[in-house]
Design a binder for this molecule. Sequence first.
Ligand code: PLP
Length: 405
Amino acid sequence: MSNVYERLGVPTIINAKGPATRVSGAPMPAEIAAAMQEATQHCVDMAELQGRASEIIAEATGAEAGMVTAGASAGLLLGTAACLAGLDPARMNRLPDTTGMRDEVVVVRSQRNFYDHAVRAAGARLVEVGLPDRFSGAGVRDAEAWEIEDAIGERTACVFYVAQPSSRPSLSAVAEVAHDKGVPVLVDAASQLPPVGNLERFFGQGADLVSFSGGKAILGPQGSGILCGRRELVASALLQNLDQDIFFEQWRPPRALFAGLNLRGLPQHGIGRSCKVGKEQVVALLTALRLFVDEDIGARNRRCLSRLEAIAEHLAPEIACGVRIEESADGEEPLLVLDVSSRPGGPSAFDLVIALQDGSPAVHVDPSFVDEGRVVVRALCLKDDQAPVIARRVNEVLAPVRVPA
Ligand SMILES: *Cc1c(COP(=O)(O)O)cnc(C)c1O
């Protein structure tokens, strides 16, 4: 048997959806996997390793400090915990009980999503702002900066901002009103890479803490991420994440994060201890980050494009006419779009998604646009030899029913 999954009796899938968690992220580039394997063979002081990670992440992002997390979602929990507790070990010990702390997190209603569970898990209460008329079809407006300003009060721990190209109001406008009231801004930028420039961009717009996914387009371990930003906040997040089974006298805080910071004591295991990060994750993420910063994304996109073209070439002629490859001018990944809306009586886009997923081998595609009759194929997580297999499966599912003579 050829691979570890087959030996476990778990079928491998064809991932034409992209580096999503449910479909196990992306295959890891060999250089990152080699660094990860090497990291397993030695032991280090985890605080020291995260201290060095902070310097490397700071260099790549322009932030004061950073740490490797167990994913962007873990980063949101840790970042919220940092905003709630600051550097007070007693508060750290109390979370998620927020007695005596500012515990409200202000968020634009249209930015609410499944991942903000991590913010609530730290102990915070979300305070929603704005009416997203532009999404309800009733109008053009969304929350405005003055409404966020109005929602910030005595109990506000931070403003939580989900960075997407469509997010309103702008991060700069939100940060301005938050900072006027002395409140930090925590940004979920999990899937905002590439472009590589976004590593720095949100800090230029006023973010105090930014959480990135390491298991998406950076191609690091599936369960890894980056939390970076103001040094005191990252130091607090790290303190609530590291294993703290150590006497205060023994403890050697990494200088990159803790120089000049006075702690009145060492907290016990914090709320983020459940978001444990292994040395392998740290080393592999740092390797992935270095490669990502140096990578020519145009070349990556051209590799994706040639896989999508290979799929299109293998499609049956009557299907190929409903197919187009979308290339974006601004460096985003190319997409193969299968439009089945003009095939009345045939399987719907949703039928196609399900049939591909339930077939053998299972092919997972992007179902985001099935309501409009379109199925989207993404190539970042594909291997070159999978293109003809995807085309064969699509041909089989969409083949016209032949009535026997
Ligand atoms: C993927 C994603 C997350 C979670 O990232 P993980 O690294 O999987 O924890 C959080 N927020 C948004 C907006 C995401 O797209």
